[in-house]
Design a protein around this ligand. Sequence first.
Ligand SMILES: C[S@@+](CC[C@H](N)C(=O)[O-])C[C@H]1O[C@@H](n2cnc3c(N)ncnc32)[C@H](O)[C@@H]1O
Length: 330
Amino acid sequence: VILTKPEGDVEIQPLDNGRYSVALRPRSGGVFVDTYSCETSFPPEMIEFIAARCRYGFICDALSRHDNAEYIEAVLRRQIFAYFAPEEFEGKRLLDFGCGGGASTFALAGMLPKTEIIGVELDESLVQVARRIAEFKQMPNMKFLVSPSGDRLPPGIGRFDFVMLSAVYEHLLPAERRVVMPLIWSVMRTGAALFINQTPHRYFPYEHHSTGLWLINYLPDRAAHFAARKFARYNPDLNRKGTWTDLLRGGIRGGTEREIMRDLHDAGLPRILQPKRLGLRNRADYWLSCTDSSRYLPLKRALAALFRITDRLAGTVPSINIDVVIRKDA
Ligand SMILES: C[S@@+](CC[C@H](N)C(=O)[O-])C[C@H]1O[C@@H](n2cnc3c(N)ncnc32)[C@H](O)[C@@H]1O
C-alpha cells in the first residue's frame, strides 16, 4: 500500500510475522522526518487513519509510541507504584490530561484495569486517533474528550482521585499554566494525587527536550530564542522557523516544583509526597532507582545525597526531569 501525502509517500508492507513495516519517502530533502521507518501491528486502514491525522515527519513516532509503548509504560508504572499500591486505584477516577493520541492513557488503562480513565486533549485529530485505537484494542475503561481551548477543561468532566500529566507540563504556555493548573486542582477531590513526569527541570544546565543545548535554560527568553534558532541540535523545523510561542508550545521551557505549587491554590493544601513503596524512602532514592546502576554508581549515590538535601531545604530535586507527585490535603 502506498499513501500519498503532500510531503511524500508512506509505504506499508506486510511482514512474515503478521505485522507491517511503514517507511516514509519524503518528496524532497527539505522535509523534516524524525523517524523514517517502523514496524507496527496495526492494520493498513488504521495506519492510514493515523497517518492522515499526524504531521508527516512524525507518523512513525506516533505509531511507535503506541506499539512499542514499553518506555512510556515503564515511566508511568515506576512513578505511580512508587507512591500507591495497585488496590488504591480500584474504583477510582483518573484524568490523563494532555493525553495526545492516547499512548499514556492506554498504558495506564493496561496497568489499572479497575480505574475509570478519562483522556483530555487539545488537538481534536489526536483524540480521533485515540478513540479509534481504543476501539481497535477493545479497551472499555477509558473515554477521550477534547478540551474546548488551551485554558479550559471539557465541561462536566466531574472530579478525580488521580491526575496524570505525562510529558505535558512543559507544553503549557506560561499563561496557560497559571489558568490550567488551578483548574486541574479544582477537579481533584480532597486526598487526590497529581502525577507530573517527563518534564524537564527548568534550571538543569542541559536542555535535552527541544534543543540539545547547554546553558540555554539560564538565558532570558529573547536570547534563548536566538540560541535555539542558530544552534539547536534537535527539531530543526521548529527551532529555525518557529516563533517563541511555537517553541514554548513545543516544550522548550520545563518547570520547577515551586512553579507548579504556585498555581495549586484555592481549596486544599498542596503537599509534595515522598515515595514510600518499592523499598524507597524519598524522592532522591526514587531518582537513584531510575538511573542505570551499572555506571558511575558512587557518583550517582553522591548526587542522591545532595538531592536529599536540596529536596529538604528547597523542595526540589534538580535532576534532568522533575518527577513529582502532589497531594491535595484538606
Ligand atoms: C508530548 S504530548 C504527551 C501525550 C501523552 N500524555 C503521552 O505521554 O503520550 C503533550 C500533549 O499535551 C497536549 N496539550 C498541551 N497543552 C494542552 C492543554 N492546555 N490542554 C490539553 N492538552 C494540552 C498537547 O496537544 C500534546 O498532545
